[in-house]
Write a protein that binds this ligand. Structure first.
Ligand code: NZQ
Ligand code: ZN
Length: 393
């Protein structure tokens, strides 16, 4: 209630040209002696990145074993596969080469290795809190999740998508070369930019205490991401724009843009996670598909923040009333999402839920949030259902 906060960002960031070639040096600096290189589908192989990282470990005399095949919305089965491989090979350090999905899978493996007597699934089920985690590092290939500096890991299993938060899993280092993100498909670039915006907006639309400096940082970050997202839409190889977006991705989700908040919101994220669980949608696109509906639903409960957002971030002309100004801000953000090819409702996302599915989404979201989520407006199951229904219209 008074702006007290703790900011813990222990991750060493090494940013710029060719930094992936320093993977071996960094692993060594953090005492890794036997490494699992964890990666996704084919992009890191195709680009030659994987070879460069392997060469860097060889040059540092660090033995490694590799495991690819992490899918977007990463699966628990792959985590178990990684754990078995790590035990067999005696791995003491995990190197994630990829995006949020790879990093989150690496974090889950690291948790499992840290507490071998337990099933790591219990952490995601929230029946146990983590007490130990093996060290991990990151070679980042997509600006989006912020997992390279965050305390979070999100894993999918059965029909669930669940996150666990703990400082234990914050990566030791993140190697961030903006050029590596230039091979992203336009849709992934745009979805990543949207996720970055959302990580700050989830901390911005809150009731209670807010610091002016935190607001200024948040608003600057949001304006910068929107500006350079459009540059990348038209000029995907633009290094400067890739660099701005890559750095914004980390700062948006390492805690900085919420310093001094009484609470963060994260309702849009929790609503999206159920869409990811049921329909396997791209995370950033799922977020933009529900955000406008969420905003209209909660706006009256957090009006001053929406007015400030409309004015300082979206820079719209004030309307006749605060409500009008706030709505203009939401519409401007939706226009922006559309301008970079992101959906603003569920049908544009390619999802047309039945009434039963809407109820199921809300029920699962309520279960995952212990019945309540949000700061702009606390949402309960009936509210979640109403927002899904609005987004499905
Ligand atoms: O698998 P490959 O072939 O590498 O392809 C990936 C994947 O298809 C591709 N890609 C990545 N880098 C590339 C590239 N393609 C070409 N060139 C490159 N340089 O992009 C696709 C998406 O990758 P993914 O890792 O899934 O993206 P993102 O970073 O958006 O991660 C999404 C996951 O992170 C979770 C999401 O829920 C989702 O599961 N989140 C994790 C968070 C955290 N740990 O802090 C916070 C977020 O809010 C989010 O929930
Ligand atoms: Zn996100």
């Amino acid at each position: 209630m008074n702006g007290d906060f703790t900011l813990y960002t222990p991750t060493k960031v090494v940013f710029g040209h060719d930094v992936e070639t320093r993977a071996g040096e960094l692993v060594k600096a953090f005492h890794g002696t036997r490494v699992l290189i964890h990666y996704g589908g084919s992009s890191a192989e195709r680009s030659g990145l994987l070879n460069r990282v392997e060469d860097s470990l060889r040059a540092a005399d660090i033995p490694f074993v590799s495991l690819g095949g992490v899918v977007p919305n990463p699966r628990l089965e792959k985590v178990y596969e990684g754990v078995a491989l790590c035990r067999e090979f005696g791995v003491d350090f995990i190197l994630a080469v990829g995006g949020g999905s790879v990093i989150d899978s690496a974090k889950a493996i690291a948790y499992a290795l840290g507490e071998p007597e337990h099933d790591v699934k219990e952490l995601y089920e929230h029946t146990r809190t983590p007490k130990a985690c093996f060290p991990l590092g990151v070679v980042l290939t997509i600006a989006a999740s912020g997992s390279e500096m965050s305390d979070s890991s999100v894993i999918s299993y059965e029909d669930k998508k669940r996150g666990v938060n703990s400082d234990l899993c914050r990566p030791k280092f993140a190697l961030m070369n903006p050029a590596l993100t230039a091979t992203l498909p336009a849709y992934q670039t745009a979805a990543g930019c949207s996720d970055i915006l959302m990580h700050t907006m989830e901390r911005y639309f809150v009731n209670g205490h807010r610091m002016e400096l935190t607001d200024a940082i948040a608003e600057g970050l949001l304006r910068t991401v929107m500006r350079y997202a459009k540059v990348l839409r038209d000029d995907p190889e633009n290094y400067e724009a890739r660099a701005e977006i890559l750095w914004a991705g980390s700062l948006s989700h390492n805690g900085l843009t919420g310093c001094g908040n009484d609470a963060n919101d994260f309702a849009s994220h929790r609503l999206e996670h159920e869409l990811g669980a049921l329909y396997d949608v791209t995370h950033g696109a799922g977020l933009t598909a529900v955000w406008g509906s969420w905003a209209r639903y909660v706006m009256k409960n957090c009006l001053a923040r929406f007015v400030r957002f409309a004015t300082n971030v979206m820079q719209v002309e004030p309307g006749k009333t605060d409500e009008e100004t706030a709505i203009k801000g939401v519409e401007a953000m939706e226009d922006f999402f559309r301008s970079i090819g992101m959906p603003t409702n569920l049908s544009e996302l390619g999802v047309n839920p039945t009434e039963d599915e809407i109820k199921l989404l809300a029920k699962n979201c309520a279960i995952a949030t212990n019945g309540k989520v949000g700061s702009a407006m606390p949402l309960y199951e009936a509210d979640m259902e109403a927002i899904y229904r609005m987004a499905a219209k």
